[in-house]
Design a protein around this ligand. Structure first.
Ligand SMILES: Cc1cc2nc3c(=O)[nH]c(=O)nc-3n(C[C@H](O)[C@H](O)[C@H](O)COP(=O)(O)OP(=O)(O)OC[C@H]3O[C@@H](n4cnc5c(N)ncnc54)[C@H](O)[C@@H]3O)c2cc1C
Length: 501
């Protein structure tokens, strides 16, 4: 992927997509697959906004059933099955355990009904059958779980994904189909002719240059930045989204091999305790957020809420803040609505503003492909047909070679080949080819022996990573695995310096 800003400034596009989160990336992917001339502009790194701060579930959303959002759940389950097929290296089935207690606001029969309905709505695309579980079975699966008043529970299947890489692979697919994509390019102003927006004025955060890019149609897929962006059209715009903040903790060690869905009886909210590698992702909070989208951060109250909720479910386990590896906060770009944040619909709306810009409002990560399809159908009045079969993400092809054969071909250890296949899917050879530049590229990092130097070079030269943080957080996903971020980021920097010498 080449970041060619000269090309961008000279281009006349069918479509400018603003925002390189999952929605913008998917729109660029689908539009370029239809031969449209597309520019995708992201002011920071791809997926640096909400699309790397999610709970990392491709799911129907069991809890939306109690709000009777059946069509949303059915659609999300359909999309889940597409993602599991089209990006099998990044989207994988995961079993969830739901323990139920005597004092629970949602009784056991309701939870059983919920998972039954969930399986029925999944139809043929189910990832595994639900089970009704006894106390004994639950405690076998989740040792250390609170036993007092436990009256049984259920298990069901959903999917877990790597959100930042799935977004990146949509960007890379768009690039491979001819889209011009660039990160660190911010849209600062809108260019209008006769009241209609015909282009954008951008600022390049890498070289400090401004440029003008024109297009027949413009889409703002700027997620939680929507209200701020709308003010570029109209100073006093009240905005159309209601951002709510969600915080996660990465906690050292595992609580269970399976994911756990628990109801926090204090506020009735759902939260997850999910295995991620050898560690655990705990989240999330859901609170209204009024400040600028660039300023979102985690505070002590957020951490306290999640630790307390976890302690309640694991009363005999010492839940110690010193075991927190990292924390992160994201903003849900929900459609403006009244009521408690958890109750606001996750549905997506595509609106056109008075100057002709299309805005993506609301939605969830899971339905990103459908959101992109709906958006393009709206703009091009159903001119294009989108089939699920045609949809591709960059590394989603079939892997036909065995780990042993690839290991022999590149003289790289089998465990490394296995991991590279798990991250880059069918594009594993693109990464491994770098080891032919010199034996040092197959060396493992000292700060994380699961990673080899070639992956850092690949991130920088082929995946458009601009900074060592882009590599650490989003290309390699190290925030969930490594406690000493500083040391690893320093080593990444050293590998890059050595390459240029
Ligand atoms: C805590 C939390 C947990 C979640 N968990 C899940 C989950 O498990 N499953 C699920 O399906 N959904 C989940 N979601 C929802 C999902 O993550 C979001 O719906 C989705 O990521 C939104 O993607 P987006 O592309 O609209 O926004 P973003 O990813 O935020 O992308 C918008 C991009 O626009 C860029 N931008 C802004 N202004 C400009 C400008 N002027 N010029 C250029 N670029 C600009 C930003 O830098 C940003 O990268 C979760 C959300 C949160 C907050």
């Amino acid at each position: 992927m080449i970041r060619d800003t000269y090309r961008l400034s000279n281009g006349e596009y069918d479509l400018i997509v603003i925002g390189g989160g999952i929605n913008g990336a998917a729109i660029a992917n689908l539009a370029s697959s239809k031969g449209l001339k597309v520019a995708l502009l992201e002011k920071n790194d791809f997926a640096s906004g909400t699309s790397s701060k999610s709970t990392k579930l491709i799911h129907g959303g069991l809890r939306y059933l109690e709000n009777f959002h059946f069509s949303l759940v059915r659609e999300a389950l359909r999309e889940r099955s597409i993602q599991v097929k089209k990006a099998p290296h990044l989207v994988k089935p995961l079993e969830f355990i739901v323990p139920v207690y005597k004092e629970a606001k949602r009784p056991l029969w309701l939870i059983r009904l919920g998972v039954t309905l969930y399986d029925i709505l999944s139809g043929a695309s189910t990832l595994g059958r639900r089970q009704y579980l006894s106390n004994k079975k639950i405690l076998q699966n989740v040792p250390g779980l609170k036993q007092e008043n436990l009256i049984g529970g259920v298990s069901y299947f959903d999917a877990q994904m790597d959100d930042a890489r799935l977004c990146l692979e949509n960007v890379m697919q768009a690039d491979a189909q001819g889209a011009h994509v660039a990160n660190y390019i911010e849209v600062r102003e809108l260019i209008k002719e006769n009241g209609r927006c015909v282009g954008v004025r951008t600022y390049d955060h890498i070289d400090g240059r401004y440029c003008t890019i024109k297009a027949k149609n413009i889409i703002a897929a700027v997620g939680p930045w929507t209200n701020e962006f709308m003010r570029k059209e109209k100073n006093q715009s009240p905005g159309q989204i209601r951002p709510t903040k969600g915080v996660h903790l990465v906690y050292a060690g595992r609580f269970s091999k399976k994911a756990i869905l628990v109801f926090n009886e204090d506020d009735g909210r759902v939260f997850f305790i999910i295995p991620w590698g050898e560690n655990t992702l705990i989240g999330t909070t859901d609170t209204d957020y009024k400040k600028g989208a660039d300023d979102v951060s985690v505070n002590d109250e957020d951490i306290g809420y999640l630790l307390e909720a976890t302690r309640r479910v694991f009363p005999n386990r010492s839940i110690d803040p010193s075991n927190i590896i990292d924390t992160f906060a994201g903003l849900r770009p929900l459609i403006k609505d009244e009521g408690s944040p958890s109750k606001v619909s996750r549905e997506c709306v595509i609106n056109q503003s008075f100057s002709g810009i299309y805005y993506i409002l609301g939605g969830k990560y899971t339905t990103y492909r459908k959101i992109a399809e709906d958006c393009l159908k709206k703009i091009y009045s159903n001119k294009f047909r989108f089939s699920q079969k045609e949809f591709c993400v960059y590394g989603g092809g079939r892997i036909t070679e065995s780990v042993a054969a690839v290991s022999k071909k590149f003289s790289v250890a089998e465990d490394i080949v296995e991991r590279i296949m798990a991250v880059y899917g069918s594009r594993y050879e693109d990464v491994l080819k770098i080891v032919t530049d010199g034996p040092k590229y197959k060396k493992r990092l000292t700060t994380n022996t699961d990673i080899i130097q070639a992956q850092i070079i690949y991130a920088q030269e082929k995946e458009m990573a601009q900074t060592k943080e882009d590599i650490y957080y989003r290309r390699l996903g190290m925030r969930y695995l490594v406690k000493d971020a500083k040391a690893m980021i320093k080593e990444i920097e050293q590998v890059i310096i050595n390459r240029s010498h």
